[in-house]
Design a protein around this ligand. Structure first.
Ligand code: NAD
Ligand code: FES
Length: 293
């Protein structure tokens, strides 16, 4: 059992939990994820790690209510436990393995959209702890949905906050801020890391392609069981078929076929859609997630 040491509501339908998971906290890296399961019969919920404390042996997760399982999870309180908490899973962010001296010369830009701010935080924090100040753009629909602003301010080089409706700081989407920084403020970036809804990552990647900034995206949103079994996270990257939970979750944003991935994501939600995928793709589309009949 994995005890919840802290449970906090960050915004409407968005929750943060600190979970006691010593083994994961000892070895996890930014970019990786865990799978939480509330009970024996519960759904597996893959969540990108938001923070970790190696000394305290804790993992921080942030999640949004999107269905019955996450709604049930949001009702858990401090002192309650997860039945299973598996990880660290997936590949760590590429920069973790880079030569630190080379990395220090790079200008990095992070684009965090909505709940996607949670997986951006450990990456920016890791860089900060290694003496690298990255610029961060944080976007949310409205002021009330903005999360982890104070935490991000402490680890980012420059933090640019924007809201779609202009209720706080700038008005407009993250791509507007990017254009302003590069085209009007003379900012130059060697790498962009964009994490948020699929549609945001698609448009950030289109823009950075134009601006010639290599870009990494995290495809956590298309995962279902996170085990490499269900096939939900199948995605075309360049000419290759990849699975976000095994080969990723991070990929070259300029090579990801976002339109296909988003279409597949919609189809996977219904039994009929899954049947069509099975017909078209054969057994690679699933193999034991428990979601398919
Ligand atoms: P949201 O819809 O509020 O979008 C967040 C920001 O993204 C917006 O404020 C805007 O600046 C930008 N954005 C949205 N559409 C855009 C477009 N067409 N062009 C340019 N920018 C655009 O985000 P939300 O409701 O918090 O998002 C939840 C989503 O985030 C879910 O789909 C969830 O799966 C995903 N998520 C992703 C990860 C990940 O690892 N990639 C992690 C957690 C959550
Ligand atoms: Fe990757 Fe199921 S989420 S195969």
């Amino acid at each position: 059992m994995y005890k919840i040491l802290k449970a906090e509501k960050l915004a409407d339908k968005i929750f943060l939990m600190d979970v006691e998971a010593k083994r994961i906290a000892k070895s996890c890296q930014p970019g990786q994820f865990i799978i939480a399961k509330m009970d024996d019969k519960g759904e597996r919920i893959p969540l990108t790690i938001c923070d970790y404390n190696r000394e305290a042996g804790t993992i921080t997760i942030v999640f949004q209510i999107v269905g019955a399982s996450t709604e049930k999870m949001a009702a858990l309180q401090e002192g309650d436990s997860f039945r299973d908490f598996t990880g660290p899973l997936g590949q760590a962010s590429e920069f973790v393995h880079e030569d630190l001296e080379i990395l220090k010369k790079k200008k990095m830009l992070f684009v965090a959209g909505g709940v996607g701010t949670a997986p951006v935080y450990p990456q920016v924090k890791w860089l900060h702890q290694h003496g690298i100040a990255a610029d961060v753009i944080m976007g949310s629909k409205t002021k009330d949905l903005l999360i982890l602003e104070k935490e991000m301010k402490e680890v980012a080089g420059n933090l640019y906050v924007t809201t779609d409706d202009g209720s706080y700081e700038r008005k407009g989407m993250v791509t507007e801020v990017m254009k302003d920084l590069v085209n009007n403020q003379g900012k130059k970036y060697d790498v962009c890391v964009a994490i948020g809804p699929m549609i945001m990552m698609k448009f950030v990647s289109l823009l950075t392609k134009e601006l010639q900034i290599p870009t990494v995206v995290s495809l956590n949103p298309i995962m279902v069981d996170g085990t490499g079994m269900c096939g939900a996270c199948r995605v075309t990257v360049g000419n290759e078929v990849k699975f976000a939970c095994v080969d990723g979750p991070e990929f070259d944003g300029h090579l990801v076929n976002f339109d296909e991935a988003m279409k597949r994501q919609q189809m996977y939600k219904t039994a009929e859609g899954r049947a069509v995928l099975k017909l078209r793709e054969g057994d690679t589309h699933h193999g034991g997630c428990g979601q398919c009949e």
